[in-house]
Design a protein around this ligand. Sequence first.
Ligand SMILES: [Zn+2]
Ligand SMILES: [Zn+2]
Length: 197
Amino acid sequence: MNTATERHREWAAANKDHLHEYRRMRRIANGEKIRAVAKAWFAANPDKTKEYSKRAYLKNRNKPWYKAAAARYREKHREQAREYQRAYFQRHKERVQERRIKYETNLKMELIAAYGGKCACPGCNESRWEFMTLDHIYGDGAEHKRRLKTSRMVYREVRKLGYPKDRYRLLCFNCNCCRGSMGYCPHEREVQHAHNP
Ligand SMILES: [Zn+2]
Ligand SMILES: [Zn+2]
């Protein structure tokens, strides 16, 4: 049996390119109308719209054209996004701050645990987490902080590097500050003195 629908389907398959171009021209010619109809449909079917756009997002989010479009969208709506973030922060100030403190504390705890949990200065027994700082063994701490802006970002980078023990270690505030400003820590001298009285 060769119905009209089947005949049309055959024709469409054989003239794919032609059809594609025809539809493209129609879309361009009727852009306004098509967009208006789509808009009305979206407004009338919010649940389906949500479901479809979620499905499209999951399907396309890693494709280059999607990423490019998303970047263009962000660029175009940068001010709105910033305004939204500001408003969100104002609305949920306490929750946002709470979450940030929790995140940063966890990050620091993980770092402290990875570096042995106590001050690495010989003769110092400080192990209270509040006193712990990350020491850059090669003295590049200031540069590191300048590049990454916050200690949160520094900690994140060190975690990403797998907590290398040859570049960083844990020092308490006292030992770290003293080494920074004096170039030594009294602990070292005391330890030396104890070994060679
Ligand atoms: Zn110390
Ligand atoms: Zn010390």
